[in-house]
Write a protein that binds this ligand. Structure first.
Ligand code: BES
Ligand code: ZN
Ligand code: ZN
Length: 490
């Protein structure tokens, strides 16, 4: 990570490649340091820059700034409408521009406003810069050219910086977790499969002194994980289940189990997806990556909550040994499931794991899964769906998402739709038989296997972006660990 400094200077003496200056639109421009505001005002008065959100203007060797080769104005929109997330986005957009230009020594002037708490503004500026400072070039051949900031200086123009400095390790850990999820989800499925995922988990667990238990196929058989085994039986890569444990040094405030869907590749199995449907299915392990990264970050930040992570790692492939539509699987808790579509595999993996989570008897269970295409249809790729049996828990997760700028939206687990999951031959079937309300029926299916009063399920529709947006690069967005950490620490 870059060398970072948060100081109370105003930025005009900054020497480096670029000074990023976020600017509000409208008349209120006088809060910037004088030398800088003069430059900004001139550009705005000439009509070349309206300071709309994420709008940018680079200026070469601007007057009034000592040694910075460039000044980059970036718009924040109207001051009255500003939010921490707009600041993260604007700063992140600017950061990505700087990285493309190879401006690796950057200063940023934290915007001064009475609308928001200045500690949080400073923190969001740092977070926006760091979240944007990501590239995935490990698989480039000739054009490999990784770019990261070498130095970041955040100027606060006389404001108190103590709180933001204290929070810096927390911000860094959360961003690292986000980048870890991006790295794992971006890794090609030829390299990331259940066993190699386990290796990554072992490495991280060792680094962070997390407890780790790995269940291989005989252990899964012994433990009754027949749904995990059923989904995995068509693949040459055998499934694994991992249990991770983070325990705080002092008596934990509470205990949470996080469950992650880790389908390392989802071809659909015999209910095969079409070619375009498979393009991003290497990302189907995002839930498990979020759980792993979050546990590592809990250790780094000495989270006061005990967190257990359960990862269901499996490949869903068609072959002569695949599970078939019509098969009946007996889940770990004993409930039987008629499989009518082998592409509804995530809920089967989670059925076994949620039952295990209940046995652990924590205060809350939260699962994270790229469970349905229907969540994308309902909410698009910037909003994750959340549902559950404990509205208070769901509300906490929604609040946490609001704070970190990761959008979550609650869907109702209406009982009316449960009827459609009844099976003539087993206790339940794994599809409802209609495409309508697909995310809710998947949630209701999961609820059949939860023996716990406080459970929430996050359907990760925001995990992948086809194009780069603000601080998010193209590909895996890495959403998840930040709102989980916000909730766990809160
Ligand atoms: N992993 C997919 C869900 C998914 C699809 C996530 C597209 C993101 C983008 C899941 O395993 C799946 O295939 N679900 C089916 C369920 C259906 C068969 C009831 C789906 O959504 O089509
Ligand atoms: Zn599927
Ligand atoms: Zn899937």
């Amino acid at each position: 990570m870059a060398e970072i400094e948060i100081n109370s200077q105003n930025g005009k003496d900054f020497s480096g490649d670029v000074l990023v200056v976020p600017v509000f639109s409208g008349r209120e421009r006088h809060r910037l340091p004088l030398a800088i505001s003069k430059v900004a005002r001139q550009v705005m008065d000439e009509g070349d820059f309206k300071a709309e959100l994420n709008e940018m203007v680079p200026l070469h060797h601007p007057n009034g700034v000592k040694d910075s080769r460039w000044m980059l104005l970036v718009g924040l929109g109207e001051e009255e409408q500003v939010s921490l997330n707009k600041i993260r986005k604007a700063v992140g957009t600017a950061a990505r521009f700087c990285l493309k230009k190879k401006w690796l020594e950057a200063g940023v002037v934290a915007p001064s406003t009475s609308v928001l708490n200045h500690d949080l503004v400073q923190e969001s500026v740092l977070e926006g810069m760091l979240l944007a400072d990501y590239d995935f070039s490990a698989y480039k051949g000739e054009k490999k050219d990784p770019r990261h900031f070498k130095r970041l200086e955040i100027f606060t123009n006389g404001e108190d910086t103590r709180k933001a400095r204290r929070r810096q390790p927390m911000v860094e850990a959360a961003v690292k977790a986000c980048h870890r999820v991006r790295d794992m989800a971006n890794t090609p499925p030829g390299d990331l499969y259940p066993e190699s995922f386990v290796e990554a988990a072992q490495k991280l667990a060792k680094q962070h002194k997390l407890g780790l238990e790995v269940l291989d196929v005989p252990a899964l058989e012994k433990g009754g994980f027949r749904c995990v085994l059923g989904v995995g039986q068509g693949s040459a890569r055998p499934p694994r289940v991992v249990k991770l444990e983070y325990k705080p040094k002092e008596k934990p405030r509470k205990h949470v189990v996080l469950v992650g869907k880790g389908v390392c590749f989802d071809s659909g199995g015999l209910s095969l997806k079409d070619a375009s449907g498979m393009e991003n299915m290497k990302d189907d392990m995002t839930g498990a990556a979020i759980v792993l990264a979050t546990l590592a970050a809990c250790a780094e930040t000495e989270c006061p909550v005990q967190v257990t992570g359960l990862l269901g790692l499996v490949e869903n492939m068609p072959s002569g040994s695949s599970y078939k539509p019509g098969d009946v699987l007996r889940s770990r808790g004993g409930k039987t499931i008629e499989v009518l579509n082998t592409d509804a595999e995530g809920r089967l993996v989670l059925a076994d794991l949620l039952h295990w989570a209940g046995e652990i008897n924590p205060d809350h269970i939260v699962d994270l899964a790229t469970l349905t295409g229907a969540a994308l249809i309902a909410l698009g790729d910037s909003v994750n769906a959340v549902m559950g049996t404990d509205d208070k828990l769901v509300a906490r997760l929604l609040d946490a998402g609001n704070a970190t700028g990761e959008h979550l939206w609650q869907l109702p687990l209406v009982e009316e739709y449960r009827e459609a999951l009844k099976s003539p031959v087993a206790d339940v079937k794994n599809i409802s038989g209609t495409r309508w309300g697909g995310s809710i029926s998947a949630g209701l299916f999961l609820s059949e296997f939860v023996q716990h009063p406080s459970w929430a399920h996050v359907d990760l529709s925001g995990c992948f972006s086809t194009k780069e947006r603000d601080y998010r690069p193209q590909g895996a967005t890495g959403e998840g660990p930040r709102f989980l950490l916000e909730w766990l620490h809160g």
